[in-house]
Write a protein that binds this ligand. Sequence first.
Ligand SMILES: [Zn+2]
Length: 128
Amino acid sequence: MQQRMLERFKKKLIKEREKLLADVNHIRNEELSKSPRDATGELSGYANHMADGGTDTIERQVSLGLMSNEEAMLLKIDEALQRISDKTYGVCELCKEKISQERLNAMSYATYCIKCRSQEENGNNNKV
Ligand SMILES: [Zn+2]
């Protein structure tokens, strides 16, 4: 891939990374503020929370799930940035073909080309 394109994707990835980090931090802060462990000194208003503890638990699970999704994505973005500096970015990990630019635009941390990806999704494990 041309250096200019690499730079473009690098900027895009860094932007996505910042956004994700902000999201993850936001979720984490919310979780911390909800956690009884960290409520010391801020007990006022906590009684209200106790009333709908059940909903809180569900919300907590949802946001924790969301967080691990986002952290997995962050990892992928980091890997993609690494591939940019290694100059292997935009090459399919499986077939070593170029990943289409359309696909990279839509999913800049893609590691597989669309063909390999759809084969994976179809559960075709006859990889060479
Ligand atoms: Zn491929």
